[in-house]
Design a protein around this ligand. Structure first.
Ligand SMILES: *Cc1c(COP(=O)(O)O)cnc(C)c1O
Length: 388
């Protein structure tokens, strides 16, 4: 699982101009300002006419955030990146910036819950959607409607880790004249590059691996200058969900260790997944390396993150709870992608119909493998599984 050396260089690059003395800061300056003053009225008028490329007001462009945006655009091989206050702000901006009443969104694969909730809310504004769990490209083609304007992909999904034939589905979107957008939070730009595969837009929850330390909420969208200008003008500037300069600085720090962290998540995740796969109390492991989660198509992943799930041999919530509550090294909590290992179950005891509709097993446990070391985590899981 080699990480592209140019990506490592991008992540590590300080990307700051030398100051007058010829030396340069190792870390980007935090430009904590709400506005930028102009030398004369005409410069201000010009700036207001092109806020997507001028420093006017920090609800638009900000130099610290731009350092991060340039790096993320380079990592994804996209033209332009815009950062947001959260992953959901990024998701909302794509939908609100590009869709209008009468449009239809096709969600392909298991989709992040709040993203679907947003789509349900958009029905009020005349935007319809369907969720397609059958991810075969022929089924995708058959599910398109004449008014399908956006295909929303997640690959791998973040509950059952099922992957898509990303290039094939991007091609179907293009033939249909629709925009394709993928949530690439799981793979990070290091392990999957959707834009060279033909996907129009990439969305990230940077709160996960990119931040990497469970201390910042952020999002990003990357795509062509043309689509990004629409999103900037119709959604980013108007929704106001901007990334604060300090939060951008935290993400720049996170990026510096992203290649090293992802290599470790890849290795330790695979070791923990292999241990679970061989365990008598485990029915299935949903990890993109294994056939259960990997349909028959070319993989666009060049590495594996540390987030995956497994199904116990029992569907009983008391058993699921006992195993999770017995874990000592995994913290119980939502989210993922930080240095600490986390565990959660989608089974709340009251949502059986929901789980069944999404074909999620009731005995499912999702773990985010952190950086504690695979041996320690395997021991912990072994002890917890013995309580069954
Ligand atoms: C967390 C998450 C989001 C939303 O990101 P926030 O930063 O929490 O708003 C979107 N997509 C996926 C797959 C996520 O896991």
């Amino acid at each position: 699982m080699p990480v592209d050396p140019t990506d490592i260089a991008t992540c590590l690059d300080d990307d700051t101009p030398p100051d007058t003395g010829g030396s340069a800061p190792m870390a980007a300056p935090i430009v904590q300002t709400s506005l930028f003053a102009f030398p004369d009225v005409q410069s201000l008028i010009d700036g207001l006419g092109a806020e997507h490329e001028t420093h006017v007001y920090s609800r638009g462009r900000n130099p610290t955030v731009e350092v991060l945006e340039r790096k993320l655009a380079r990592l994804e091989r996209g033209e332009v990146c815009t950062c947001f206050a959260s992953g959901m702000a990024a998701v909302s901006a794509v939908m609100l910036g590009l869709l209008r009443a009468g449009d239809h969104i096709l969600f392909v694969n298991h989709t992040y819950g709040p993203t679907l909730q947003l789509a349900r809310h958009l029905r009020r504004f005349g935007i319809e959607h369907d969720l397609l769990l059958d991810v075969d490209p022929d089924r995708v083609r058959a599910a398109l409607r004449s008014n399908t304007r956006l295909l929303w992909l997640e690959s791998p999904g973040t509950m059952l880790c099922r992957t898509l034939d990303v290039g094939a589905i991007a091609g179907i979107a293009r033939e249909h004249g629709a925009i394709s957008c993928i949530d690439n939070s799981w793979a990070t730009p290091l392990f999957q590059k959707p834009i060279p595969l033909g996907v129009d837009l990439v969305v990230h929850s940077a709160s996960k691996y990119i931040g990497g330390h469970s201390d910042v909420i952020a999002g990003a969208v990357i795509g062509s200058a043309e689509l990004m200008l629409e999103i900037f003008q119709r959604a980013f500037m108007l929704n106001g969900g901007i990334l604060a300069p300090f939060d951008a600085w935290l993400l720049l720090r996170g990026l510096r260790t992203l290649p090293a962290r992802m290599r470790q998540h890849h290795e330790d995740g695979l070791r923990v997944a292999s241990f679970l796969r061989a365990h008598d109390s485990v029915r299935r492991v949903f990890h993109p390396a294994f056939p259960v989660a990997q349909p028959d198509h070319p993989s666009s992943l060049t590495g594996f993150a540390g987030l995956f799930s497994f199904e116990l041999n029992t569907a009983d919530l008391d058993n699921v709870r006992r195993v999770i509550d017995s874990l000592r090294r995994f913290r119980i909590g939502v989210s993922w992608g930080g240095v600490e290992s986390l565990v959660i179950t989608p089974n709340r005891g009251t949502n059986a119909a929901d789980l069944d509709a999404q074909r999620i097993p009731h005995g499912l446990i999702r773990i985010s493998v952190g950086l504690e070391g695979a041996d320690v985590l395997i021991d912990d899981l072994d002890t917890a599984l013995r309580t069954l």
